[in-house]
Design a binder for this molecule. Structure first.
Ligand SMILES: *Cc1c(COP(=O)(O)O)cnc(C)c1O
Length: 420
């Protein structure tokens, strides 16, 4: 087992260590470096240190492993959740209910009632639900997600703040919100927006912020304003990323102006997912076969979009390195998975010569990777390892056939099923 120091000194930070982990735990394997998670958390915290009441709510749909949640809880983070199951995981991880914000979309009023039972903060984005909620719980102050009508985000699937998006309540409908508050007695404790992921243009944040300030000034007794997320991280060399410092200096200025106009130092919330965990993650796979066709060389690996969906679903680019042949010469490969349909990790990539049995490392695998995995093709979900205090810990076991069959009821074999 290597020390923390050794992890830091590698040129590709933890190449040899990753190979050891692949051998120790087998592949496919997700590895998360908790040092990197902490670094990102502190970086954001520091960037906004000019704001007196500043809170980071980690958006846990990026990675919900309980150990990641506990790690962030220990750092002082709050939690952004989008399903009642994520709320329950957050509570299990030890988050205080008031540090959990539940921002559902198109869920039933029953699910929202469960969130009330858990005592977490709730953020609604639908007039019909707002009205029903007000009838049941006029004394339970809530947040409201505003749709600021902004087209943002790296991909149409993750652009969620534009006029035709299913998210949020249009800011033109503020009069309707006010009517519901008057009719039910409900109080608003915060306003929220989240316009999408992968935003590299900070003007987007600022124009959204202006809209929320204009709305918020009319509502006394607010606790917070929540600007959501969309922080972009680099996926390759020279890639764009959100310029945190220029964003924070503008936001800090505008927010303190707002607070003095408002007459109260309320809380500012951001809810990053990707920013916190993306770069902490490495996905390790083994090359099963090299296959030459008339046009390309395929490297076929022991995983697929069942484990790692982003390239196929979002056209996401993830760096791929051959960590077991660092001295090989560069050649071009199309790296593909074993799923029986198109299943490409990377097209025509320049990678150190790949041989059957080599271990490839796919980077930026901490966010929206394991959490989007499935059992398609009846494959087992991979295991996860966390590097924590300089040691590696298995934080999720690889699945087995038992997991695949767990909820199947075999009506052809009732007797065996009944006797357990
Ligand atoms: C997904 C989501 C986030 C996190 O987005 P990232 O791009 O991962 O930072 C934040 N807030 C809400 C409401 C979300 O749905």
């Amino acid at each position: 087992m290597m020390s923390k120091l050794e992890l830091k000194n590698k040129s590709f930070p933890i190449r040899e260590y990753l190979i050891q982990l692949a051998k120790k735990y087998g592949t496919p394997l997700y590895v998360y470096d908790s040092c990197k998670i902490k670094k990102q958390y502190i970086k954001m915290k520091n960037a906004f240190s000019g704001i007196k009441n500043f809170i980071i709510n980690y958006a846990c749909k990026a990675n919900t492993n309980l150990n990641i949640l506990k790690f962030l809880q220990n750092l002082g983070s709050g939690l952004d959740t989008v399903s009642i199951q994520e709320v329950e995981l957050g509570l299990k991880a030890g988050f205080h209910p008031k540090k959990i914000l539940f921002t559902p979309n198109c869920v039933s009023i029953q699910e929202i009632k469960k969130a009330v039972d858990f005592g977490v903060r709730i953020n609604l984005d639908n007039l019909s639900i707002l009205e029903q909620f007000g009838e049941y719980y006029p004394d339970y102050a809530i947040g409201v997600r505003i749709n600021p009508h902004i087209m943002a985000g790296g991909n149409s699937k993750i652009s969620v703040g534009h006029i035709d998006s299913k998210f949020g309540i249009s800011y033109y409908q503020i009069p309707h919100i006010k009517r519901i508050l008057n009719n039910t007695g409900l109080k608003i404790e915060g306003f929220h927006m989240h316009t999408g992921s992968d935003i590299s243009n900070i003007k987007v944040f600022l124009s959204g912020a202006k809209i929320l300030f204009q709305i918020a000034i009319d509502f006394p007794n607010l606790d917070y304003i929540n600007f959501g997320s969309g922080f972009k991280v680099p996926y390759r060399k020279n890639d764009l990323k959100t310029d945190l410092n220029s964003l924070s200096s503008s936001i800090t200025k505008e927010f303190s102006n707002f607070c003095s106009n408002y007459g109260n130092q309320i809380t500012l919330i951001f809810e990053p997912g990707k920013f916190i965990v993306s770069e902490s993650g490495y996905f390790l796979v083994t090359v099963n076969v090299i296959k030459h066709t008339t046009s390309t060389v395929f490297a076929g690996v022991n995983s697929g979009f069942n484990h790692f969906l982003r390239p196929m679903f979002y056209d996401a680019y993830h760096c791929i390195e051959n960590i077991s042949n660092p001295n090989g010469r560069f050649r071009f490969y199309t790296v593909v998975g074993y799923i029986c349909e198109s299943d490409t990790f990377g097209l025509n990539r320049k990678v150190k010569e790949i041989r059957e049995g080599d271990i490839l490392c796919i980077k930026n695998a901490g966010a929206y990777c394991f959490s989007m995995s499935s059992n398609y093709n009846s494959r087992y979900k991979p295991s996860e390892v966390m590097i924590f205090k300089g040691k590696d810990f298995l934080i999720r076991k690889r699945e087995t056939m038992q997991d695949i069959l767990r909820n199947i009821i075999d009506i052809y074999n009732m007797e065996r099923w009944q006797s357990g």
